[in-house]
Design a protein around this ligand. Structure first.
Ligand code: CP
Length: 323
């Protein structure tokens, strides 16, 4: 069997995505019923974060522990020998001698693919600069299915930095596999979605006017204007508060709309929105744990997505066989 990496959503078919979704729901059930599993007992995750992260890193590491595995980690280039000039490829070829799977976040576009090319063990892209963030797309998919029960027919507004926002790039690709989905792409002119991410998107409208589209939408997906992606600070300062969601703006939204955000937020969702029952961004954070448990089990061969079943080894071997 070839090793299974997770680099981009475009590497997956709709059936495969749905199988992983089903396995993620199973993980949530298992965690709620039993607390933890031992599906990955004896396995080691190398957690390499060369860019800041709270949710992705903690949820992957917690997911590995919840599955009975262990974690070795590096955060920031200064904490590895890359600070002495070692290449990414040599770093990966070294770390794979100590681990069974690598999760990597790196500031450069395409870095996860380079890491996967160098590694004999599975590599998971936890965000490659302004490129992709496929595991965020999986958890966004999970959250929408959990809350709205379906993807088909939804009207989805994606708001903020659609140019550099890797979560948007991955989530748009995933959701556009479903019929009759309409996207409102709400961004400043300078931060519009790159055309390559819209090639397979059947129905979308680009606008700078959040207020006018808000009454239409079923899913409102806010994002941060990312200071770290701008060459000139003046451009960031000019654009940073382009869209701010607050309680009064929400008065025009549907009662059953859901509000999402990959987090971290800076100023784009006022804290008075947090108490609104439509706010789901902290639920997304929790969902990331279940989804990343399923993804780690998948890349380490414990989920056969063709059969929609989980193959568990060891003394609790039958726990997940009905996945
Ligand atoms: N959503 C997300 O990627 O968050 P972190 O940057 O905290 O991992």
């Amino acid at each position: 069997m070839p090793k299974q990496d997770i680099i981009s959503i475009s590497d997956f078919s709709k059936d495969e995505l749905e199988a992983i979704l089903e396995a993620s729901f199973k993980m949530e059930e298992e965690v709620n019923a039993k607390g933890s599993l031992d599906l990955l007992r004896g396995k080691i995750l190398a957690s390499l974060f060369f860019e800041p992260s709270t949710r992705t890193r903690f949820s992957f590491e917690a997911a590995m522990f919840k599955l009975g595995g262990q974690v070795v980690s590096a955060t920031g280039v200064n904490f590895s020998s890359m600070a002495k000039g070692e290449t990414l490829e040599d770093t990966i070829k070294t770390i794979e001698r100590y681990a069974d799977v690598i999760v990597i976040r790196h500031p450069e576009l395409g870095s996860a693919k380079i890491a996967a090319g160098a590694a004999k063990i599975p590599v998971v892209n936890a965000g490659d600069g302004p490129g992709d963030h496929p595991t965020q797309a999986f958890l966004d998919f999970y959250t929408i299915k959990k809350e709205k029960k379906t993807i088909e027919g939804l009207k989805i507004a994606m708001v903020g930095d659609l140019k550099y926002g890797r979560t948007m790039h991955s989530t748009i690709q995933l959701l556009s596999l479903y019929n009759d989905v309409k996207f409102y792409l709400v961004s400043p002119e300078e931060l519009k979605t790159p055309s390559k991410y819209l090639e397979n998107v059947a129905d979308y409208e680009e606008t700078e006017d959040l207020k006018s589209v808000l009454p239409e939408v079923d899913v409102l997906y806010m994002t941060r204007i990312q200071k770290e992606r701008f060459a000139e600070e003046a451009d960031y300062l000019r654009l940073k508060d382009s869209f701010i969601l607050n309680k009064s703006l929400l008065a025009n939204a549907k009662n059953d709309m859901i509000i999402m955000h990959p987090l971290p937020r800076v100023n784009e969702i006022a804290t008075d929105v947090d108490e609104d029952r439509r706010a789901k961004y902290f639920d997304q954070v929790e969902n990331g744990l279940y989804v990343r448990m399923a993804l780690l089990a998948f890349v380490l061969g414990k989920i056969d997505i063709r059969k929609l079943s989980l193959r568990a080894n060891g003394e609790r071997g039958n726990l997940l066989n009905n996945g």
